[in-house]
Design a protein around this ligand. Structure first.
Ligand SMILES: Cc1cc2nc3c(=O)[nH]c(=O)nc-3n(C[C@H](O)[C@H](O)[C@H](O)COP(=O)(O)OP(=O)(O)OC[C@H]3O[C@@H](n4cnc5c(N)ncnc54)[C@H](O)[C@@H]3O)c2cc1C
Length: 425
């Protein structure tokens, strides 16, 4: 029996059913032998030491949203949700590894601060940050991991390491874009936060333009818009026309003028509001336990007219919804060198996701159609178990250095999963 500050659950414990399930409904059947809700760094150390003695598999879980189910196992789930404190001192914030985005935004707002981070109120700050972190302030401030200035992490041998630019700099480098479940269990993150801006929500359903023209115009415009304006595009199989959503930190007149470069149609702009409130307007008031399959790729150049036409024709009129979501990159994301952090994708113009029913072969067909023009790079936070050549796709030229960090920190591959970095290339 483990002596813990937190709690542990086995399949016959009261409460097990509630704690065993990850947020991602695709992996809800997983039945870990043990779930440990850690309440201290010492708990994390105890579980890692115990598992390394017994040879059991351990996976850390933050928000539990991993698309590839990497925070679920039949071994031991290390649930970090009890370590969710946020302390702010000037511009620096120390955030417990189990904090979720809604709590992070709210806590930082109380100090007039925020982070360029993602949507999804229950998404974990640690999973998001360790894989990059794309969001509505990213074109101004970069990825969430670009604001990370330090982390505390428990390694496979049970040692507790504080890393930053001066202490264990290789490990700190690796955590910024390739760290999810790979090198150790992060227990807290230290961020250089940004001043919370006022922001306006941007919304429109484009009706006066054919979908292929909308995609062609968007890809030529949105990635080059001024940093303060982020506009994403979704085209779906359901009728009604492409949908624009996004946010602007610019004033209303400038925002409208910029949007007129893209569309003659009137675009809805909300009142200006603090960024954390704007984020809340994106929360789904009625989240469904919908299981979807997502494949994605970055694009460093525009798709050809032929590719766009084939992609949109492929949407068809299916029995289950199909969706293409285009996210604008550029701006501050690309003002960082490819090897400055482990996140290598710094010359991309946009990210395209193909989202459909897991049984619908369209997801693979659509991905293959777009791949003809894609950069071959894939966002590590959108892991794709079907990907060939995953090491180059996720990590590009950074893979060799990541393999060296893995060899130094976890030579026995205590932390492992399909598509995990190995200690050799
Ligand atoms: C509704 C929704 C909205 C999203 N929106 C965005 C978005 O706007 N921008 C964006 O970039 N991404 C977004 N994502 C993707 C998201 O970034 C990834 O799914 C991310 O991995 C989720 O992290 P998590 O902590 O919730 O998941 P988890 O499944 O808990 O963790 C993800 C990975 O990180 C590892 N991990 C978790 N905690 C630790 C730890 N303490 N130490 C070491 N490893 C750890 C896990 O083992 C797993 O491998 C979204 C996902 C969803 C479901």
């Amino acid at each position: 029996m483990l002596d813990l500050d937190g709690r542990s659950f086995t399949p016959d414990s009261p409460g097990y059913e509630a704690v065993r399930r990850p947020a991602n409904p695709a992996y809800r059947d997983a039945r870990p032998r043990l779930v440990v809700q850690c309440h201290s760094v010492a708990d994390v150390v105890r579980v890692i030491r115990h598992a390394s003695a017994t040879g059991e598999r351990v996976v850390p879980r933050g928000g539990g949203h991993c698309f590839a189910g990497r925070s679920s196992t039949d071994g031991i789930v290390l649930d970090l949700s009890g370590l969710d404190g946020v302390t702010v001192d000037g511009g620096l914030a120390v955030i417990g590894a189990g904090a979720r985005l809604a709590g992070v935004y709210a806590a930082l707002h109380a100090h007039g601060r925020t982070l360029p981070a993602g949507c999804g109120p229950t998404v974990g700050i640690t999973g998001l940050t360790l894989g990059g972190g794309i969001g509505l302030l990213g074109r101004t401030h970069g990825l969430t991991c670009d604001r990370l200035v330090g982390a505390r992490i428990v390694l496979a041998d049970g040692s507790v390491v504080d890393c930053d630019d001066d202490r264990e700099p290789d490990l700190f480098w690796a955590l910024r874009g390739a760290g999810g479940g790979q090198f150790g269990v992060v227990t807290s993150l230290r961020f250089d936060t940004v001043c919370e801006p006022m922001a306006t929500r941007v919304d429109a359903r484009l009706t006066g333009i054919a979908p292929d023209e909308a995609v062609a115009a968007w890809q030529a415009w949105a990635p080059d818009a001024p940093d303060g304006l982020t506009v994403n595009l979704t085209v779906g199989s359901e009728s009604g026309g492409p949908v624009l959503t996004g946010a602007s930190t610019l004033d209303e007149a400038s925002t409208r003028e910029l949007l007129r470069e893209f569309t003659a149609q009137t675009v809805g702009l909300s009142d200006r509001m603090p960024f954390h409130r704007l984020k809340r307007t994106f929360d789904d008031p009625d989240p469904r336990d919908e299981v979807v399959r997502i494949r994605s790729e970055f694009f460093s150049r525009a798709m050809s007219g032929g590719t766009i036409a084939s992609l949109l024709a492929g949407l068809g009129e299916p029995a289950t919804p199909r969706r293409l979501t285009f996210t604008a990159m550029g701006g501050a994301y690309n003002r960082v060198a490819e090897d400055a952090t482990a996140f290598a994708h710094r010359r991309e113009r946009f990210l395209l996701e193909h989202i459909g029913d897991p049984a619908d072969p369209w997801v693979d067909r659509s991905w293959a159609t777009a791949h003809a023009d894609g950069s071959g790079r894939v966002y590590p936070n959108f892991p794709d178990p079907g990907l060939d050549g995953w090491a180059a796709a996720y990590h590009a030229g950074n893979h060799a250095r990541l393999a060296a960090v893995k060899k130094a920190c976890d030579p026995g591959r205590f932390f492992d999963f399909p598509q995990a970095i190995r200690g050799e290339t």
